[in-house]
Design a protein around this ligand. Structure first.
Ligand SMILES: [Zn+2]
Length: 241
């Protein structure tokens, strides 16, 4: 009888040992896998996406033989990227060069629509704290001027970000740099694709009018661009506080 019990216990131990071994083995296999996966899937929690509007075949606003919107957008965006990196953010640019992005989209649609879809995908895939689309404005009225910040009508976070950036531009750019006491950034809502179709707080900033002779000249200047970029960055920082 005792012999049988011993045998049974030994069997039980063996089974237990096998189960335990499997559990340990699974843990060994699973845990590093999980870690590896989480590294590969890891979305930097400190990411900001900067989206220079237009590019390549799509010049955006601007006259022939004059500077094009796509170029100013990229120059200001590159400066914003630098500013944000200094603050420790990971910055993802939707484009770093003079290219359009339609080839990165799988959807059917116009070249323009696919370009925007690719930008949307980059923003959503990177799960940013915020994203900023940089554009330049144009108007039939050459007197039209100034910086405009757009957010999506239903976005509470977009509104907060827009207000924070506008306030910073008013203080740090208009007042402190341009010595313009009376100029104010305009905050507007607009149903822009890039604002509507993205899942993260974002704004579209028109940094000035290429059709305004004075701003057309200023927008080409390195220091002018840098000051705008710095003011935008300070607004983002304030928003994230
Ligand atoms: Zn534009």
């Amino acid at each position: 009888m005792i012999g049988k019990i011993k045998e049974y216990l030994a069997k039980l131990n063996k089974q237990l040992l096998i189960v335990l071994s499997i559990v340990i083995l699974l843990l060994i296999i699973k845990l590093p896998n999980y870690k590896v996966l989480s590294i590969f899937n890891s979305i930097n929690e400190n990411t900001i996406v900067v989206d220079p509007g237009h590019g390549g075949i799509d010049g955006g606003a601007g006259k022939k033989n004059d500077i094009l919107e796509k170029d100013i957008n990229l120059q200001v965006s590159a400066k914003l990227k630098k500013e944000l990196i200094v603050e420790g953010f990971q910055v993802i640019m939707t484009r770093e060069e003079d290219v359009s992005l339609e080839n990165f989209s799988n959807i059917k649609g116009s070249r323009y629509r696919r370009d925007l879809d690719a930008r949307k995908t980059i923003i959503n895939n990177n799960k940013p704290l915020a994203f900023i689309s940089i554009h330049c404005n144009s108007s039939k009225k050459t007197s039209a001027k100034g910086i405009k910040v757009y957010y999506y009508p239903e976005s509470i976070e977009g509104e907060k970000l827009a207000k924070s950036i506008s306030q910073s531009i008013d203080e740090n750019f208009y007042k402190a740099y341009m010595k313009e006491e009376n100029l104010r950034t305009e905050i507007l809502t607009e149903d822009f694709f890039i604002l509507r179709e993205t899942d993260y707080p974002g704004v579209l900033i028109e940094v000035g009018f290429l059709t305004n002779p004075e701003e057309n000249k200023l927008l080409r200047e390195d220091e002018y661009q840098r000051q705008i970029a710095r003011a935008i960055k300070k607004g983002i920082l304030k928003y994230l506080e």
